[in-house]
Ligand binder design. Sequence first.
Ligand code: HEC
Length: 157
Amino acid sequence: MSGKQDFREGVRRIFYRLMGLFSLFMIAGAILIYYMIDPDFSAFKSEKNTYVVMDAEEDIDRIENGIHVRTGLKEGEGLMVVVNNCTNCHSAKLVTQNRMSEARWNATIKWMQETQNLWDLGKNQDVIVSYLVSNYPVEDVGRRASLTNIEWYELED
Ligand code: HEC
């Protein structure tokens, strides 16, 4: 009878070994599948979210070919002060399509403060106005250029 018991013992051992092996395969398989989905195991890296936020902030105010992409304003001293104070209520286009002298800019700002709830700009007002005057100067339209090379013809009466 002990032979039968040995046999049973043997079967049980083999069974446990197979179970052990099987669970190893399952674990390895799970890791493999995870690796195929997320090869650099980024879900386990805690810095992941910080990277994303920093990228986004860098993108928002990026400048390409001397133009602040988000607003279309020209790169120049005081750009970000203008972006932060003059593009909240209306598009920057409303600002740039207006070519004004320093005095008229100050008057426009005063008008917005009196009628449109624009806040007190403090020292930033000078920064903003000099940015606008130097990057968007008054276009000297004046008279059109004189005509040249004209072939005059005689009027008949
Ligand atoms: C609190 C809101 C607000 C802010 C901030 C603001 N504006 Fe305005 N602005 C207005 C409103 C409202 C108008 C009128 C828009 C319209 O007529 O459709 C206006 C109009 C203008 C105009 C057109 C004026 C005209 O005569 O037609 C210019 C130029 C202008 N803003 C420049 C600026 C500049 C430069 C800044 C930054 C210092 C600025 N705005 C910030 C509210 C604002």
